[in-house]
Design a protein around this ligand. Sequence first.
Ligand code: NCD
Length: 315
Amino acid sequence: MSHDLLSVGDLGADGIDEVLQLTDSFVEVSERAIPKVPALRGKTVAWLFYEDSTRTRLSFETAARRLSADVMNFSVASSSVKKGESLRDTVQTIEAMGVDAIVVRHRSAGAPWQVAKWADASVVNAGDGWHEHPTQALLDCYTIRQHLGSCEGRHVAIVGDVKHSRVARSDVLAFTAMGAEVTIVGPPTLLPPSLEGWPVAVSHDLDSVLPKVDIVYLLRMQRERMASGLIPSLREYTARYGLTRRRVDRLGEDALVMHPGPMNRGVEIAADVADLPRSVIVDQVRNGVAVRMAVLYLLLGAGSDKVLTGVEGAS
Ligand code: NCD
């Protein structure tokens, strides 16, 4: 892996495979009685979250702690950002204290690329606007591999609010790089205005797609990002695109149901469907920790540019 993880597209199939293989070892570590290894002792990982998050933030923090890194928590809500401090000054302040990696989530697409230009530390994109969410795509690939052997030759339907979804963009890049076929499904108003260059098929009819897929991947209705009027009503959305109990019966026997969380039960996914054995949503969260351990290890651990530079500097 290079110095930063900004887009999952930068990894390519080989890079994704490297992360997934290393993740196997960290799943094993996570299952131990004391799930901790000294791999990143002496390293410091800082969080720069300008948007709300439950699982991504806790998952990165757990990953860093399990690798014995020190963590620097930064909460925008209680920081000098509230006094008008710019992103650049905030990054310089954090760097001046000595950090090895900065994990960034920001409402603006491209913000992590800016941070990477300013910072010497490795930068990990934990979600930028509607753009990308590379570690979510990696944990999704890992979860598919765990349940179905690999992504190769699998057919994934990504359903719902694709337009506002950074998860969808990263998943399309990662799934297709790993040899899967992707169909995006949703009402035209919730799909990106231009799909030119996207290696996907498009459908507006969920019922006809379900019998053909190995994985149905539901997206949250991201109402905080939506202009009004994109759908007539949530009830109508659910009637056409919600994964109801009745629709699950159209799926093949081994087909999986996935969702990045947070779920709106009763909107994009029926409450009882989320708890079916074929729903691997909790596995996605569990795998997220081990995948992020692998990412932090590849960026900061043995063999990374950073470590080699540090060794040279010390001699
Ligand atoms: C997603 C996000 O924030 O991009 N959640 C996550 O990280 N698991 C998806 C969402 O907010 O709907």
